[in-house]
Design a protein around this ligand. Structure first.
Ligand code: SF4
Length: 279
């Protein structure tokens, strides 16, 4: 079969390039979801789930089916990933990057994931004593150390790309609660004591950052929340719905059609551009 016949067979006769891109991304994403289920990667807790509706997290842990995600939605998500990569490249050229990612593991909380960037702690005061030594590993090679040294010589950075409407509503002195909690979980898992949530306005690349300090009380709260979710998953029960069909959290939820009257992808895209957030 010629290359051209192969392409026509794959994408059909009467499609344009944009349909082809969307079709490709949707199939690729569906394959990745299947792979996840086949590799038995269900039942894990992902740190990025902090602050999400607990019911949605349990759906995900138990492998409830999400419907295929529309290509345009996947492009929106890829933009977020592109922002992370771009910032990590910039940090590297600036000479402040320790590692672009870091392995995050915890058996009790069933966490196996990776963080965003680790950078040198340019905020450390000259008179500040060194903290205890910590050792951090590469997420792609569990034997490979990417940092060994005092905990307060490095910072952990969480990148978030958000729409203008939400960027202008960011609180004055703290990041959004879910993002602060995500950093607290990272502190617990790594031993690092300070971090930054770095926001970019995805409409115009304006940026804002918040420094977050280790907070034992918040860490305990995050751990309690995760354990509650794990208990539900173990009992194969679903927590109560946290929103109704019109709430922002439900509009963006991959499982919204399991909780509420189904809406089409076109309706969803319309909601996305007329309202609210997907970071
Ligand atoms: S649709 Fe709403 S209530 Fe249901 S899982 Fe998603 S966020 Fe939670």
């Amino acid at each position: 079969m010629s290359k051209l016949d192969e392409i026509k067979e794959r994408y059909g006769d009467d499609v344009d390039i944009i349909d082809m891109v969307h079709h490709f991304l949707t199939c690729e994403n569906t394959d990745k979801q299947k792979e996840r289920v086949e590799q038995g990667r269900l039942g894990k807790f992902y740190p990025s789930s902090i602050g999400r509706c607990k019911r949605a997290v349990v759906y995900q842990m138990l492998g409830y089916p999400t419907k295929p995600i529309n290509g345009q939605s996947l492009l929106i998500m890829e933009n977020g990933t592109g922002f992370h990569n771009r910032m990590e490249d910039i940090f590297e050229k600036m000479g402040i990057l320790v590692a672009p990612e870091l392995s995050l593991k915890d058996e009790e909380l069933r966490i196996s994931g990776r963080s965003d960037a680790i950078i040198w702690n340019f905020l450390k005061r000259e008179d500040e004593q060194d903290d205890e030594e910590i050792v951090l590993f590469d997420p792609n090679d569990s034997e490979k150390e990417i940092y060994r040294g005092p905990a307060n010589h490095i910072l952990i950075v969480e990148f978030k790309s958000i729409k203008n409407k939400n960027y202008t509503k960011l609180p004055k002195s703290k990041p959004k609660t879910a993002h602060e909690m995500q950093l607290q979980l990272y502190f617990y898992l790594t031993g690092i004591k300070k971090g930054i949530v770095y926001y970019e306005n995805k409409d115009n690349q304006e940026s804002k950052h918040y420094v977050v300090e280790y907070d034992e009380q918040l860490i305990n709260q995050v751990k309690t929340d995760i354990k509650e979710i794990l208990d539900y998953a173990d009992r194969r029960e679903l927590p109560e719905k946290e929103g109704n069909a019109l709430d922002v959290m439900c509009r963006y939820c991959d499982f919204r059609n399991l909780c509420h009257t189904p809406i089409s992808e076109d309706q969803w895209i319309e909601l996305y551009f007329n309202d609210s957030e997907a970071s």
